[in-house]
Design a protein around this ligand. Sequence first.
Ligand code: NAD
Length: 260
Amino acid sequence: MLKNRVAIVTGSTSGIGLGIAQELARLRTDIVLNGFGDPGEIEAIRSGIEREHDVRVVYDGADMSKGDAVRRLIATTIETFGRLDILVNNAGIQFTAPVDEFPPAKWHAILDINLSAAFHGIAAAVPQMKKQRWGRIINIASTHGLVASTHKAAYVAAKHGLIGLTKVVGLETAGSGVTCNAVCPGWVRTPLVEKQISDMATQKRISHQDAAKALLGEKQPSSEFVSPEQLGGTVAFLCSPAADQITGTALAVDGGWTAQ
Ligand code: NAD
């Protein structure tokens, strides 16, 4: 149970972030939702979680590509709730191209959202968490924080950087009641991956279903997608007393991908 805790989950209007927000709410955590999308759909998600789990859920549309907006999100949360216990840096984007064709604007956008946003959020959150003598920072990295694939220069660089940042913050907060860890999912079937499945289907002239199978077959020995609910469970574990001494690590949830 995480009753009376307050969590920010960035990029939680969809996919993995939504799965994490739902699991934390199930454990009675108040939630700050964040991310883009249709305002009506976001409000339905917000009020749905609030009703189902009897917790307070607010939405903040801060743009994670802007450092000031990330820092404001942290400050506003502390103002609104009087505390901040859990920060899940999850918002992320993907773009694929060979390195020599990779558009510089995409490089910068991926580095800003997938890496620098976590730096700004952590920098703004750590003083409050240290004051409380309890805090959990969880960075949603990727198997691509541990190993590489072709055509993902910016994503792989950002996710490797995120694991480096996790280690530094784990060391700097050690013994303060605050921990910082990275979670490294393999393939999870979310809109971010649907696009890659569609691209593969077009490229190889195969069905969407065969492309999903091929995507898994190439990298993920379990041949099964990781689910957002399972990642919610991983985050909940990292927030539990069993994980009090786990810090600065990168935990793979990848069906065996990085064991190869
Ligand atoms: P998704 O596209 O379903 O969700 C991404 C979320 O981030 C959405 O809520 C979106 O609105 C939000 N977002 C995007 N840009 C933003 C911005 N500038 N400001 C605020 N919010 C923004 O993707 P997902 O698959 O759920 O990915 C979530 C995280 O998990 C990402 O960091 C991704 O790299 C990581 N990840 C995904 C997979 C996978 O297979 N899907 C695997 C490993 C890691």
